[in-house]
Design a protein around this ligand. Structure first.
Ligand code: SF4
Length: 411
């Protein structure tokens, strides 16, 4: 742990069989295959390098027998045509690139054949070509394949030396399989060149762009490469805007951008809460800036940094009760957005598994939950405004953003 946790979650996996982990993941909409070891790709930017903030228990490498159990368990769940079952557990297990499991392709096919459910997966590209294109053509609309291209240029070797080659990635992109490709700005001519290269072979996939946010566990040198992208983002985005590519294009990785592009929605939601000036409201950095910009002194804004995830994280959804406890001074009652306690660990729990009840008991501070500020608002409402076009027109070209970015946040 980089920071000593004041609030420790109660352990839920101690002494449990790994099948318990499988069931918990499946109940959360995951298809919990396991490599039985940490991810061998060892990307320098991987967000799982230090995942000790949450309790995990990694099942042994998935066997045919485990697979039968998984398929059978999932088959009994009701089918929601809007739901995509995610390949890989990531709540109670470590996240890995599951296409390194020798049976992964075969099991993806089983899943499509023996269930009527949709599947979603993320990989840096270890899929079998042409099998993946054949499956996408055979089961249209049932696969959401998010290709983590990350970068095709000069930073690739440093960031992901063990990932598939760019030549292989181009074959993966050339066909119906990939739904969206994510890649990022690191410097001049990185994100913009990748967008043009990818669009040349695939005009249908969504181009999902922005910068990579450093979090805990990532080495200083890698953090520097990740941070370097931010000042280049506006110019890189303008180049893509001017290129007029046919693909859908989004910039969704930057909390400060998302908050600004959604400033009207955030402010009107805040107004609807009908808080009083004396009320203390918890929030992460960018929302703090927006409310200080448009609704100064309408309540007491308690800025809480994402200390648990550290790095450059700035996200209310990923705040923990421990983060909040560290910022308390003499408050007796605070207002906390519901999205903080809607994590995959369970109801009224944060991403580490600490409950609202634990928080109130240990700090003696009362909490009023802001039910309207939930993950549905964060995921659906805020994500609507996130196209590259909006980013360029309403953020990069907006003179207001300079004063917004310069607004201080408390130490
Ligand atoms: S392939 Fe994915 S899970 Fe594996 S190290 Fe790279 S980013 Fe992490």
């Amino acid at each position: 742990m980089s920071t000593l946790q004041i609030l420790q979650p109660s352990k839920v996996l101690a002494g449990k069989d790994y099948k318990e982990v499988l069931r918990r993941e499946m109940d959360g909409g995951k298809i919990p295959l396991s490599l039985g070891k940490g991810c061998p790709v060892q990307c320098a930017f991987c967000y799982e390098l230090d995942h000790s903030y949450r309790e995990t228990l990694d099942p042994p490498k998935t066997t045919d027998e485990d697979w039968k159990y998984i398929l059978d368990y999932i088959s009994k769940k009701p089918t929601d045509p809007m739901e995509y079952w995610c390949l890989g557990g990531n709540e109670y297990m470590e996240w890995t690139d599951l296409f390194l499991h020798p049976k992964a392709m075969e099991w993806v096919e089983d899943f499509l054949k023996y269930t009527d459910k949709n599947i979603q997966f993320f990989t840096v590209g270890f899929v079998h070509v042409p099998k993946i294109h054949q499956l996408a053509a055979q089961y249209p609309g049932r696969i959401n394949f998010e290709l983590s291209a990350i970068t095709l240029g000069r930073y690739r070797e440093k960031l992901m030396p063990h990932a598939p080659s760019v030549k292989h990635l181009m074959k993966v992109l050339d066909g119906p399989a990939v739904s969206s490709a994510n890649f990022y700005a690191f410097d001049e001519g990185t994100m913009s060149e990748d967008a043009v290269t990818i669009s040349r072979v695939n005009q249908k996939c969504v181009l999902w762009m922005g910068c990579l946010t450093p979090v805990r566990g990532i080495k200083g040198e890698t953090m520097a490469i990740m941070r370097q992208g931010r000042p280049h983002l506006p110019a890189e985005a303008r180049r893509i805007y001017d290129a007029g590519l046919p693909n859908l294009q989004t910039v969704h990785t930057e909390a400060y951008v998302t908050a600004f592009l959604n400033r009207r929605r955030i402010v009107s939601l805040f107004d609807s809460l009908e808080l009083e000036k004396k009320d203390t409201v918890v929030m992460a950095a960018s929302v703090y800036k927006i409310l200080n910009f448009y609704r100064k002194n309408r309540a007491k804004y308690l800025f809480v940094p994402n200390t648990m995830l550290s790095g450059d994280s700035d996200c209310t959804v990923l705040l923990t009760f421990d983060d909040i406890a560290r910022r308390l001074t003499n408050q007796k009652l605070i207002h906390v957005p519901k999205c903080v306690m809607q994590s995959g660990r369970g109801h009224y729990m944060d991403i580490t598994g600490v409950t609202l009840e634990d928080f109130m008991k240990k700090t003696g501070v009362k909490v009023k939950v802001l039910h309207k500020v939930d993950t549905a608002f964060a995921n659906k409402q805020l994500w609507r405004n996130g196209s590259l076009k909006q980013y360029v027109e309403d953020y990069a070209n907006n003179p207001l953003t300079q004063s917004y970015e310069a607004l201080p946040i408390p130490a």
